[in-house]
Design a protein around this ligand. Structure first.
Ligand code: PMV
Length: 347
């Protein structure tokens, strides 16, 4: 029986990839497997109120972002609804009021698509769970991840924590191109509670949307090699995480970040998404690591911001270094201290 009305709320975190997803096939199928750390502080909170309609002819919803009507997000949500309708037959039966807000500042250059799509997918699954109350928890999470993927690929890694793999890989029989799974292999405790301080180098709009970026991997001269490399990096990471090989971790994670940017620099058309301050931060991290032997490294997403990664054991030193040397390279001195988190929460 379809309930006549109600309201559901979920908070979903962002995530940062260690092994990057860049390039996709039809239906948001990734060209290579990826692995990410689920974050904690950077998150989207979404509430969905639903009320039964007389006529189920088309999607209908109102959208509020941080309390204000947000017309320009509507086409994205419409496309998303179109993609997931086959899996959520109740979608056209309701009028929805979607209210969403981010924990991180608006236009900080942090992509909210992962946390945003994950939170919305979880709300819709919560409505489905009210229609089908005996739903298994594993099914709930996997389907939420499956739906989130159809909104934004990397969003499927924002349902659970704290290390998530998405994409089929030989070594992990439970892995799938359709949803994220929690990383099942042994992880040495030096990698638990990892920190990610996000240096907000450039808060403006991204120069290339990730949709355009993924597309540029079609016919890219290095695509085949890159996809194969992601597979071998996933193999290598298994040993690195199990053994607690910090040096191997740093080398692999930084190489993945630079490879992502190398793909953008060598596509047609080509892009440089790093800014001079991105380079300054990278060079300072290298110099500091060399001089002090502190295990601190960086990764990048498809933009100029730098994610500074370090283990719990060096957090005081790392924060001091960030404040003394890196903050000057952030726009208005802004950065966000985040860390590995345990996944989305029902509110
Ligand atoms: O989820 P999308 O389509 O916005 O792609 C995100 C891709 C990267 O953030 C650059 C890498 C990743 O794996 O998250």
């Amino acid at each position: 029986v379809l309930p006549s009305e109600g309201k559901v709320s979920w908070k979903a975190p962002s995530n940062i990839a260690l092994i990057k997803y860049w390039g996709k096939k039809e239906n948001q199928i990734p060209a290579n497997p990826s692995i990410s750390i689920t974050l904690d502080a950077c998150a989207t909170t979404t509430s969905v109120s639903y009320s039964r309609k007389e006529e189920a002819s088309q999607f209908s919803f109102d959208l509020f972002f941080e309390g204000k009507v947000k017309e320009d997000f509507k086409p994205k949500i419409n496309t998303f609804f179109g993609r997931i309708e086959a899996y959520l037959p109740f979608l056209k039966q309701y009028h929805f009021k979607i209210e969403t807000s981010n924990s991180f500042p608006h236009s900080s250059g942090i992509a909210s698509s992962a946390s945003g799509m994950a939170a919305l997918a979880l709300c819709l699954m919560e409505i489905e769970r009210r229609i089908l109350p005996n739903m298994d928890t594993m099914f709930f999470k996997r389907k939420a991840s499956f739906l989130a993927r159809l909104g934004s690929g990397s969003a499927c890694r924002s349902i659970e924590g704290d290390l998530i793999q998405w994409g089929r890989h030989e070594r992990l029989t439970d892995s799938s191109d359709l949803y994220g799974v929690t990383y099942p292999f042994k992880v040495n405790k030096i990698f638990s509670n990892f920190h990610d301080a996000i240096m907000l180098v450039h808060k403006g709009q991204k120069q290339v949307s990730s949709t355009v970026g993924h597309d540029l991997m079609h016919g890219h001269p290095y695509a085949t090699t890159r996809f194969a490399q992601a597979h071998s990096n996933l193999d290598a990471l298994e040993q690195i995480l199990a053994k607690g090989d910090m040096e191997g971790f740093i080398q692999l994670v930084e190489s993945e970040a630079l490879t992502l940017h190398a793909m953008m620099m060598t596509s047609n058309p080509y892009f440089i998404l790093m800014k001079p301050d991105t380079m300054e931060i990278i060079n300072k991290i290298w110099a500091y690591r060399e001089a002090t032997k502190t295990p601190i490294c960086f990764t990048l997403d498809a933009g100029a911001n730098v994610h500074v990664l370090y283990p719990e054991s060096v957090k005081e030193k790392a924060i001091q270094f960030i404040q003394d040397e890196l903050v000057v390279h952030c726009e208005n001195g802004h950065y966000i201290c985040d860390r590995a988190g345990s996944g989305a929460k029902k509110l």
